[in-house]
Design a protein around this ligand. Structure first.
Ligand code: ASP
Length: 308
């Protein structure tokens, strides 16, 4: 098993499949009355969050607690980071406290890689800037496999603000490793030139959402990340929704078995309408539930739970 999980590229097909299979076993625990396993008793997991988060932070906390680990939640607001303490000094503090795993979210792309060099424990990237979010890609793959029965050969359209999306980047890497075919869809201003070729050989790009829908098994809608935009990438929110938003009539162009995903938080009415988000094809709530099982599997395997 790998020591850190920093990128979707850290996972080969066997390791990714082992995580997904372990997550399926963990999911069985969530259905029990007592949702706890003793696997990580006596181990310490630190959640180090320098950027806002709802789902991911709570999900990692629930995952670590269900495995009986001690959990320390650290948020940059209200800590010595606000006094200018560097990431390295914070890392050394965590090291001194004996953290077995550090789950880190940071606005700077690459921060988890730096951290991994400074601590002895495992580092899990919970989102670094516009770079990667590998556990989101794992929970997305888990959800696709649970709903559609396989990953190899699936056609997955990843739609919207690819430029600012760490979810898109990690998904392209992981899904290609697992044999799915990804098409990136969005306005040319929000799809970095050559991203497809740079990330994975089988990834395509298309600027026309309506053309892609009839042959997609999965449509993954991305949030338009306005907080990361310092330029105007499209004429107006209305124009964006008209060209790239998923509404009821567009959803009707999908094959009957196809599913609609979104990592959250959603801009309802912009990239996705409430009618679609709340429809039976939407896996948005399942993705959140699956996130806990997948993160349990990641922590369990990284911390050597299967070797003890
Ligand atoms: N929650 C995801 C992330 O942290 C997706 C998003 O924010 O749009 O990257």
């Amino acid at each position: 098993m790998i020591r850190h999980l920093l990128s979707g590229a850290d996972l080969d097909a066997d390791t990714a499949t082992q995580i997904l299979d372990t997550a399926a076993e963990m999911a069985a625990v969530a259905g029990r009355e007592v949702k706890k396993l003793p696997a990580l008793r006596g181990r310490t997991v630190v959640n180090l969050f320098y950027e806002d988060s709802t789902r991911t932070r709570i999900s990692f906390e629930a995952a670590a607690k269900r495995l009986s680990a001690d959990v320390i939640n650290f948020s940059a607001k209200g800590s010595s980071v606000a006094k200018g303490e560097s990431l390295k000094d914070t890392a050394l503090t965590l090291q001194a406290m004996g953290a077995d795993a550090v789950v880190v979210r940071h606005p700077a792309s690459g921060a988890p890689h730096r951290l991994a060099a400074w601590v002895d424990g495992s580092v899990v990237n919970a989102g670094d800037g516009t770079h990667e979010h590998p556990t989101q890609a794992l929970l997305d793959a888990y959800t696709m496999r649970a709903r559609l029965g396989r990953l190899a050969g699936l056609s997955v359209a990843v739609v919207g603000d690819v430029l600012h999306s760490r979810v898109a980047r990690s998904n392209v890497l992981l899904l290609s490793t697992l044999g799915a075919k990804v098409t990136l869809v969005g306005p040319p201003t929000l799809i970095p030139v050559d991203i497809a070729a740079a990330l994975a050989p089988d990834t395509g790009v298309c600027y026309d959402l309506d053309a892609v829908l009839p042959s997609s098994d999965v449509v993954m809608m991305l949030r338009v990340q306005r907080e990361r935009m310092n330029d105007s990438y499209f004429p107006s929110a209305r124009e964006y929704a008209r060209r790239y938003g998923l509404d009821g009539p567009r959803m009707g162009r999908l094959p009957e078995h196809a599913i609609v995903m979104h990592p959250g938080p959603m801009n309802r009415g912009m990239e996705i309408t409430p009618e679609v988000a709340d429809s039976p094809r939407s896996t948005i709530v399942e993705q959140v539930a699956n996130g806990v099982s997948v993160r349990m599997a990641v922590l369990y395997l990284l911390l050597g739970g299967n070797n003890r």
